[in-house]
Design a protein around this ligand. Structure first.
Ligand SMILES: *[C@@H]1O[C@H](CO)[C@@H](O)[C@H](O)[C@H]1NC(C)=O
Ligand SMILES: *[C@@H]1O[C@H](CO)[C@@H](O)[C@H](O)[C@H]1NC(C)=O
Ligand SMILES: *[C@@H]1O[C@H](CO)[C@@H](O)[C@H](O)[C@H]1NC(C)=O
Ligand SMILES: *[C@@H]1O[C@H](CO)[C@@H](O)[C@H](O)[C@H]1NC(C)=O
Length: 545
């Protein structure tokens, strides 16, 4: 047989579609020309960033992005591999090294310290540096063990900043992003409400209280997320009943949402607390200074399970849009943090479809934010806190359902899924008398929302992955994301771009010339941080790290 015939035959056997035959050398040359042209037109933007939006896709490692891109295309009837997520077209991309000082594979709290505060923190600690280990309340209160972070950089100072700057810390992982508002650093991510403080945390203030009582949380204009149960005691006596038995329960009898409202109102500010889509939409943003929206007793719901009626929960996209509209009222600009918090949760359950769907919702939120702002004055950074152990395996043919399982193993002749976790709950093997055999996937719908993809090791909860994650950036100074960076580098770029925090006094903004970091200590005077604030919190209950 002539080689050509062999190839054609092989092509037929593999089910090569006609779409691929159009992907000839001319096609790839054209494709490359387009990319080259974009690259050649990619001029650095050295404007001062007025607005900053940071998107954290929790657990959104590179395999998740690749799989989500394919999933997205396949939902539109395409092969999928050739597509892209919106932010993949941002002009600058880099890698971020996510390890904690004390862990090769990080948790979300320590990584949050890196990308919000500009220094790395140990596993399960929030806002404190490597001198504090998880649960060390006393050490967490030692001032030199923390520094002011992005939120603080972005807020107006105005007081005895030297002191309050040092006093600020308290940042946390994906389940409690707004804990970052803490005045007292938190030695443990689990201290989300007073019930969890226990003996070790006796002298620490729980994170929910820090959010409403201390700067920078107290100064935030917008707080959206879940976590009602951390804020409101005796939830069964409120319209939010019933309590979620597995989430932290407030013990001090307080309703922190009411305390937050009265504090704002007594200061003459207009503040709104909302808990449904309808309530959110009824807020007249032009007449509102502060808004708090808590949309779940513990987590906000997954997008596929979300109650999309008016009495239900707004989407991440709607929350992002509302936040930007309210924050844009400030002529001096804003800082907005948006987290796609549940990409991670679905991965921990190895429910791949749900995780990819959450990633696409996150992508939509990025798109909306990009459309509502200008690349001239808005720096948008999209990244992840860490990866997961999901992998894309085998040699599936082009266009094959990314959630599917029809490839057959050469070793045992049985189908296996393309998406696979190196550890997780679905480790389905048995002993047939002489061999270990794995569960037969014939007839199993591996594309179902609730399907748990198989794993190589039996773990009750799937773990994070330790490889680098990507950073995608557009807008002023986004070209400073240009290589393989420590995760703690991210806020320093923001500080340079917006002239806030450690680089508030940098006068060399018109060039790439370096200006000195105030590395000897915190700045003596915090640059009046012109920025309004938002903390968009998607979930804050303690979950797998
Ligand atoms: C609140 O209601 C739920 C559901 O009825 C119940 O399981 C829980 O024990 C109640 N909590 C309290 C503190 O009464
Ligand atoms: C919101 O408030 C502004 C300013 O008071 C007012 O002009 C506008 O009509 C209000 N919008 C709605 C929908 O009520
Ligand atoms: C057990 O599995 C092995 C490997 O797949 C196979 O060769 C063998 O025939 C099986 N034994 C039984 C009893 O099914
Ligand atoms: C495990 O495999 C068996 C046998 O192939 C199958 O019946 C069962 O549903 C599988 N369990 C899970 C959790 O996938």
């Amino acid at each position: 047989m002539a080689p050509l015939t062999v190839w054609v035959l092989a092509g037929c056997l593999l089910g090569v579609t006609s779409a691929q035959s159009t992907e000839d050398n001319v096609f790839w040359y054209r494709e490359a020309e387009g990319e080259l042209e974009e690259a050649l037109n990619n001029e650095p933007n050295r404007n001062q960033a007025k607005n900053i939006i940071v998107f954290i896709g929790d657990g959104m490692g590179i395999p998740t992005i690749t799989a989500a891109r394919i999933y997205k295309g396949q939902q539109q009837g395409k092969n999928g591999e050739e597509g892209h997520l919106y932010f993949e077209k941002f002009p600058h991309v880099a890698l971020s090294k996510t390890y904690n000082p004390d862990r090769q594979v990080p948790d979300s709290a320590g990584t949050a310290t890196a990308y919000w505060c500009g220094y790395k923190g140990n596993y399960e600690t929030l806002g404190v540096d490597a001198r504090v280990s998880a649960g060390q309340c006393t050490a967490s209160r030692v001032k030199r063990n923390s520094r002011p972070c992005l939120m603080e950089w972005a807020q107006e100072a105005g007081k005895d900043t030297g002191q309050s700057l040092w006093a600020v810390g308290g940042h946390c992982g994906h389940h409690c992003e707004h804990k970052r508002s803490a005045k007292t650093p938190s030695a443990h991510r689990n201290w989300e409400c007073d019930e969890k403080l226990g003996e070790r945390g006796r002298d620490c203030v729980d994170i929910a209280r820090q959010l409403v009582e201390n700067a920078p949380g107290k100064l935030a204009k917008v707080i959206f997320g879940g976590g009602r149960q951390n804020m409101i005691a005796n939830l069964n006596n409120t319209r939010f009943a019933p309590e979620n038995p597995s989430a932290c329960k407030r013990q001090d009898g307080r309703d922190l949402t009411q305390d937050w409202l009265s504090e704002k109102r007594s200061a003459g500010l207009s503040a709104k607390f909302v808990a449904t889509t309808e309530e959110l939409r009824s807020v007249n943003l032009s007449q509102t200074d502060h808004i708090m929206g808590l949309f779940g007793n513990s987590h906000t719901p997954y997008e596929d399970l979300r109650d999309k009626t008016l009495g239900g929960t707004p989407s991440l996209v709607e929350m992002t849009e509302t936040a930007i509209k309210l924050l844009s009222k400030n002529e001096k600009g804003f800082f907005l943090a948006v987290e796609g918090g549940r990409i991670d949760h679905a991965h921990h359950d190895t429910k791949a479809r749900r995780s990819l769907s959450e990633t696409l919702q996150f992508e939509e939120a990025v798109k909306r934010a990009h459309q509502l702002t200008s690349h001239q004055d808005t720096l948008i950074v999209v990244t992840a806190d860490h990866s997961h152990v999901m992998t894309i395996q085998g040699y599936p043919v082009r266009g094959k359902d990314i959630l599917g399982a029809s490839e057959k193993s050469r070793d045992d002749g049985m189908p296996y899924t393309t998406l696979f976790y190196s550890n997780g709950p679905n480790w389905n093997v048995s002993w047939n008398g002489s061999h270990v055999v794995r569960g037969d996937l014939n007839g199993v719908d591996t594309t179902a929302w609730e399907y748990t993809q198989p794993s190589g090791l039996k773990f009750k909860e799937e773990t994070h992955g330790g490889e680098d994650v990507a950073i995608y950036a557009t807008g002023p100074w986004s070209h400073l994301f240009h290589g393989v960076h420590e995760q703690s580098y991210i806020p320093h770029v923001i500080s340079h771009a917006a002239r806030i925090g450690p680089r508030a006094d940098c006068k060399a903004l018109k060039s790439d010339q370096a200006c000195a970091f105030s590395s000897a200590g915190p700045p003596t005077r915090l640059q009046a941080a012109p920025l309004a604030l938002l903390l968009l919190l998607v979930s804050w209950m303690v979950r797998p790290h």
